[in-house]
Design a protein around this ligand. Structure first.
Ligand code: NAD
Length: 362
């Protein structure tokens, strides 16, 4: 089987060193960073990297065996010289669109773009156009879409074990770009990536962050997502940590602590032999785990091998971005119902923040 030439742009935490932050954490299955994923996969060779910080690239080079002459401070030069098949864009969202569009326009065939996809709807639209025009395969790094545990959750829903799906819930929506992008992706996937009709949202700390068309920080959010198939999503903002639930007319399946615990309930007699029923706890099937990053990388390799669409794709990433900006639009209109497709969003995320210092050792 062919081995694909891969490179990482933005070699900080998610690009390269986040594995050192999660050693022993029960819900993260290594490899986690993009570079660790490319290194672990037999389908990819990690041949080059790009970052604005040469000192961080130097440690990256030592860790992942990328020589100095293949460490670029200018990603364009790297893309022009290195004949890359797969490029990761693990920068912050403010720096993502320009890089993804350049890669798509200059021969890169597959892109692993971190979430959130973009800093504005204009950027997301331009990325969609460039990726589709160039027939590039793109997966956004909303890991749970490739996690075996959430495949099992979806299998339980699709297999009819909770009846007809009615609601999908995230209990910890968090901030829109950094964390809600993950949660929106899972809600979309559990509901088969159905189109969204409208949203209504509130950003409790949003007002102070919006200045004209500029959003200066990543706001917390809560809201309602109405899907075209009549399923309703609830993006709640509670102290519960990374917890999800799908509710059907005959039961529910919940992932607690990001899948550390599971809870399956089915509509059964409350008392044996009596007619009254309710949602009763039943045994959960065994929930498997493995590295979502590795599965995402190998999904791109599979697309390159076969020409089949990847599990994510630019349309799903674009729909996710549209939810983020629709939540902002709804909040700015006092919580009004905002219909999708979203029209006229001019808000742009522009934070004044330095890149983080990655943790180079465990
Ligand atoms: N999927 C996950 O579980 C997960 C976890 C953590 C972070 N993330 C996402 O990964 C992304 C990166 O997060 P982080 O914490 O690693 O970020 P960071 O701010 O620590 O690092 C970003 C890196 O990008 C580099 N960069 C910026 N512009 C560049 C350019 N033009 N060319 C080359 N390099 C450039 C910076 O120098 C920096 O090293 C974010 O979008 C974040 O939301 C995802």
């Amino acid at each position: 089987m062919k081995t694909y030439r891969a490179a990482v742009i933005g070699v900080s935490r998610m690009g390269a060193f986040i594995d050192n932050e999660v050693v022993g954490y029960p819900n993260t299955f290594p490899p986690y960073s993009h570079a660790a994923g490319f290194t672990a996969s037999s389908r990819t060779d990690l041949v080059a990297c790009s970052d604005l910080r040469p000192d961080v690239m130097e440690v990256f080079g030592q860790t992942y065996n990328v020589p100095k002459e293949r460490q670029y401070t200018n990603y364009r030069e790297m893309i022009d010289k290195e004949h890359l098949d797969i490029v990761s864009v693990a920068t912050q969202p403010e720096h993502r669109a320009e890089i993804v569009i350049y890669a798509a326009n200059h021969g890169v065939k597959a892109i692993y773009a971190e979430k959130a996809l973009a800093a504005s709807m204009d950027e997301a639209d331009a990325m969609l156009e460039a990726v589709e025009r160039n027939h590039v395969y793109l997966n956004m790094g909303t890991n749970r879409r490739w996690g075996l545990a959430y495949d099992k959750m979806k299998e339980i829903i699709d297999g009819g074990q909770i009846g007809a799906l009615k609601n999908v819930i995230t209990y910890s929506t968090g901030t829109l770009f950094n964390t809600a992008s993950h949660h929106f992706d899972l809600l979309l996937r559990l509901n088969n990536d159905q189109p969204v009709q409208w949203v209504q949202a509130n950003l409790p700390d949003g007002d102070a962050m919006i200045d004209g068309d500029i959003l200066h920080e990543d706001p917390h959010a809560e809201g309602i997502i109405k899907f075209a198939n009549d399923v309703t999503g609830y993006a709640l903002l509670t102290p519960r940590k990374t917890e999800y639930e799908a509710i059907g007319d005959k039961g529910s399946i919940a992932a607690y602590n990001d899948g550390f615990e599971w809870h399956l309930r089915q509509d059964l007699p409350l008392i044996p032999g009596k007619p009254w029923t309710g949602f009763m706890t039943v045994d959960v099937p065994e929930i498997p785990h493995d590295s979502a990053t590795l599965r995402l990388v190998e999904d791109l390799a599979h697309s390159l091998d076969t020409g089949e669409a990847p599990r994510g794709g630019i349309r799903v990433a674009h729909a996710n971005t549209e939810l983020i900006f629709a939540f902002i639009a709804s909040h700015m209109q006092g919580g009004a119902r905002v219909e999708l497709p979203l029209k006229g969003s001019k808000i742009k995320l522009k934070r004044d923040r330095a890149p983080r210092q990655p943790k180079f050792t465990v």
